[in-house]
Design a protein around this ligand. Structure first.
Ligand SMILES: Nc1ncnc2c1ncn2[C@@H]1O[C@H](COP(=O)(O)OP(=O)(O)OP(=O)(O)O)[C@@H](O)[C@H]1O
Ligand SMILES: [Mg+2]
Length: 366
């Protein structure tokens, strides 16, 4: 068990800056997820922590120890990759125990540790099979078993579930979460899947172009996104983000959207927006509901508008409703769909307590 500390850690490949200087303090036993679009520097960051990539600049500490110059095997970490890299000619048991065997551990100890990990991962009935005789999910579990038996201070995962189909991915996600609750080890987990990030993380690190855009709990990242980038990346469907102009005069406090739809806003929401300032107006699909379905008591500050429905996508228990709002298409999420889906122009309620305002130019939260 150990904390992990990055202090102004950067990575350049010749002229390519993969990671700009970033700092991040990860607590002992914390589950931290690095998330962001392809090429934003997630794997490079993880590989510097693992020792698979040299560090161009800065300091990496695992526990109290500076590990910059230590080879991977001296860092007491275990890594699970997207392609599990199992040895095809070895059994499930041998694959899991191989690292310990190389390290010269006694046979009895290896078999005890492999037995225990296999028990945890429900691999016991499969110990004599080869990787080719396993399903994708089972192979994934063997790769995890191999990581667990080493009893590492830190687990590093790089997209460990992306080779699995959607159903198995959801199942293994739950398994990884349970595993973390059981083994209580620090985990750094890389994914581009925002659902994995939200469900697994104690804290999420959103990366963009080699920089950290925001660090926070899943709740903070979802409810207080630091920028339009984070707002648009987390949440499904993503937050509606509309160009707007702020108004702060004695008689008119709010924003105008698109062709001139005015939405009155309390001062607390307008925060530091100046009169006439171009802003990006954001609300999540859950924040706009048909008046019929709105639980009036649950919405503190509401604004009602009659809005034309463009399209409805039923998804079973819920539906996505595409709506025209001042010439901009926005999406609302409708829960507990029963009977007829809404059509035509319907009275909609916008929850003003769930409004987000961003600087139109920089994209940062106001
Ligand atoms: N060996 C290398 N030489 C040159 N550039 C590299 C090298 N490895 C990575 N890069 C570049 O560094 C940047 C970050 O890459 P990285 O693999 O960390 O991204 P990532 O966030 O893991 O993306 P993905 O989600 O696609 O795996 C990319 O622009 C990539 O092209
Ligand atoms: Mg990667």
């Amino acid at each position: 068990m150990a904390s992990v500390n990055l202090e102004n850690v950067a990575k350049r490949f010749g002229p390519v800056v993969a990671v700009h200087p970033i700092s991040l303090a990860i607590d002992d036993r914390e589950f931290v997820v690095l998330v962001g679009p392809s090429g934003c520097g997630k794997s490079t960051t993880l590989r510097m922590i693992a020792g698979l990539e040299t560090i161009t600049e800065g300091t990496v500490r695992i526990g109290e120890r500076v590990v910059n110059q230590l080879p991977p095997r001296a860092r007491n970490i275990s890594m699970v990759f997207q392609n599990y890299a199992l040895y095809p000619h070895m059994s499930v048991a041998e694959n899991q125990g191989f690292g310990l065997k190389i390290a010269g551990r006694p046979k009895a100890e290896i078999s005890e540790r492999v037995g225990k990990a296999s028990e945890t991962l429900s691999l016991t009935p499969l110990l004599n099979r080869r990787p080719a005789q396993l399903s994708g999910g089972q192979r994934q579990r063997v790769a995890m078993g191999r990581a667990i038996v080493r009893n590492p201070d830190v687990f590093l995962f790089d997209e460990p579930l992306s080779n699995l189909d959607a159903k198995l991915r959801a199942q293994m996600r739950t398994e990884i979460k349970k595993l973390h609750q059981r083994v209580q080890t620090t985990v750094i987990y890389v994914t581009h899947d925002q659902v994995e990030a939200m469900t697994l993380a104690d804290r999420i690190v959103v990366m963009r172009d080699g920089r950290i855009e925001q660090v926070g709990t899943p709740y903070e990242i979802f409810h207080q996104p630091a920028s339009t980038f984070v707002a648009g990346f987390i949440g499904n469907p993503p937050m509606n983000l509309l160009p707007a102009v702020a108004h702060r005069s004695a008689d008119r406090s709010g924003v105008t959207i698109g062709t001139g739809v005015f939405i009155p806003l309390p001062d607390s929401v307008l925060a530091s927006a100046a009169d006439g300032m171009p802003v990006t107006f954001g609300f999540r699909p859950e924040g706009l509901v048909p008046r019929q379905a709105a639980d009036a008591g649950a919405i503190g500050h509401a604004h009602q508008m009659d809005l034309p429905i463009v399209l409805v996508e039923p998804l079973g228990s819920e539906a996505l409703v595409f709506i025209d709002l001042g010439g901009e298409e926005v999406v609302a999420k409708l829960y507990r769909v029963s009977g007829d889906l809404p059509t035509g122009t319907v009275p909609m309620v916008l929850d003003l307590d769930q409004i987000h305002l961003f600087d139109a130019e920089s994209g940062t939260r106001l």
